[in-house]
Design a binder for this molecule. Structure first.
Ligand code: UDX
Ligand code: UDX
Length: 452
């Protein structure tokens, strides 16, 4: 889609919460011609954004922010009141982190709802408050109650659910090319206005009630997590049976009813969404009296996958204490600096706890990784080859492309022992073998150089 192709009239939109979701969503709305104000209560973040400094790494985002700011379609502020006054639609994209028991912490959503209520006055005319954050079913109804309770009499509002399906690392692409747009509204007036927001995106719109939209998000993310756990459970069987999980995934994925997407076996899913959304869905289903036991098994398989991998490394090295282990990848997936719930971080922590000397490298997550690993005796390298110098094992923990295309002969020469554990199945096994490695991966036979 090219810029400016479509809109008859751009709308005035406010996005509250300028994180991975809010910042990319707001920028893409501006890109298609809307006038967007991004609000955040973090003054430093807003100041940096105004100076053109990016708070996160996300491909293509920086250029798009710069061009839309200079076109006058995108601005940043801490002033929620003015944004509510000036914008007909207000999107909430603040965090919804998990509590200890798996239930969702909705205090940021509640707090922002009260701030919106404070800012609303009857003379402003009709306003729509849209929940973009992932929330348990029935949150929208509660947001409406809070706004009605705390605002002046006579304000005219609707609350809508419009979940976001972007993946970090390809967020701009996902936003501009969505498979579908889900809008949950209990009023036709709100639905019609929301359809105008998305008119430029040229994607099918799923028009549903508020509760169904909220459930679609939890159910979609949990289903994707289930697919990953399914193939990871299959990978364990493959290892025992001498089969190849990549071939199995290809064979089952060619059935259109299943599809090959999200069937990559690895160290398990991480990130700010899947772990918390699976937990959140389990929790809300339990509270509603319709428990989703199936999802508990999804979590169990996800945790077991890392344990199994660690067990195989332990078996190979016998003792981890004082072994030099290089880890490629700290981010929870490729193309991001985000380390929230990263399996790579969990792996590094476990190796350190067992006394290994860990040296880690990530193309974008060195800084965020260092913060997440504070207190652990780990060296973070700024060069992927330096990272492996004198190492006894190299572990690939994140699926960055540059690890797949690394010069393995050079890596082998720098290492002390030729042992490679590929936790994401991204290295070409034959290449590793030719470089002289013993190659361990997920759900596939170990490849060992033959003695001449
Ligand atoms: C978050 C949630 O984790 C996710 O469930 C939801 O779907 C969307 O929002 P993300 O964008 O990744 O996802 O969160 P984060 O990067 O932490 O950004 C949230 C932003 O909201 C931060 O910039 C924070 O400063 C801001 N914020 C938080 C507010 O502006 N007001 C608040 O009250 C709380
Ligand atoms: C996810 C959803 O895909 C997105 O629709 C939603 O809006 C937010 O949550 P995100 O967490 O950004 O997006 O990344 P995603 O690409 O889904 O990967 C999540 C985790 O699953 C990563 O740790 C990744 O390594 C892992 N994964 C993904 C696998 O292990 N195998 C796969 O086949 C796919």
């Amino acid at each position: 889609m090219s810029r400016g192709q479509f809109l008859i009239r751009g709308m005035n939109l406010a996005i509250i919460g300028t994180g991975y979701v809010g910042l990319t969503t707001g920028t893409c709305f501006a890109e298609v011609g809307h006038k967007v104000v991004c609000v955040d209560n973090n003054e430093d973040k807003v100041k940096s954004l105004r100076q053109g400094k990016m708070p996160i790494y996300e491909p293509d985002l920086e250029d798009m922010i710069v061009s839309n700011v200079s076109a006058g379609r995108l601005e940043f502020t801490t002033n929620l009141k003015d944004a509510v006054r000036d914008c007909e639609i207000i999107f909430i994209a603040v965090p919804t982190p998990p509590h200890e028991d798996g239930s969702v912490d909705l205090s940021y959503i509640e707090g922002v709802s009260r701030e919106i209520a404070d800012a609303l006055t009857p003379d402003m005319g009709y306003r729509i408050v849209v929940d973009k954050s992932t929330v348990p079913v029935s949150t929208g109804v509660k947001v409406l109650q809070v706004i009605e309770r705390y605002s002046h009499k006579g304000v005219d509002i609707d609350v809508v659910s419009n979940p976001e399906f972007l993946r970090e690392g390809s967020a701009v692409y996902d936003l501009l090319n969505p498979d579908r747009i889900v809008i949950g509204a209990d009023s036709q007036r709100a639905m019609d206005m929301m359809k105008r927001v998305y008119q430029p995106f040229n994607a099918p719109i799923v028009e549903v009630d508020l509760a169904s939209a909220e459930l679609i998000k939890h159910a979609a993310n949990s289903f994707l997590a289930l697919k990953i756990s399914y193939i990871n459970a299959v990978s364990a069987v493959c290892e025992k049976a001498g089969a190849d999980v990549e071939l199995v995934a290809m064979g089952i994925g060619m059935d259109k009813r299943i599809s090959r997407h999200f069937l990559n076996a690895g160290l398990g899913y991480g990130g700010s969404c899947f772990p918390k959304d699976v937990k959140g869905f389990i929790n809300v289903a339990e509270q509603l009296g319709a428990p989703m036991e199936l999802l508990k098994e999804v979590e169990r398989v996800n945790t077991a996958q890392l344990e199994r991998f660690l067990g195989r490394i332990r078996k190979k090295l016998w003792v981890l204490r004082n072994k030099k282990i290089a880890v490629w990848g700290i981010a929870f997936k490729q193309n991001t600096d985000d380390v929230r719930e990263s399996v790579a971080v969990k792996l590094i922590k476990r190796l350190c706890e067992e006394g290994a000397e860990v040296c880690a490298y990530d193309p974008k997550a060195a800084e965020t990784g260092a913060a997440a690993l504070a207190g652990y005796d780990v060296t973070i390298c700024d060069d992927m080859y330096e990272c492996v110098r004198d190492a006894e094992v190299l572990i690939v923990a994140t699926e960055w492309k540059q690890f797949a295309t690394a010069n393995l002969v050079k890596v082998r020469e720098l290492m002390r022992l030729p042992i490679l554990f590929d936790g994401r199945n991204i290295i070409h096994g034959e290449n590793a073998l030719h470089a002289g490695f013993e190659y361990h991966s997920i759900g596939r036979k170990t490849l060992r150089p033959t003695e001449d």
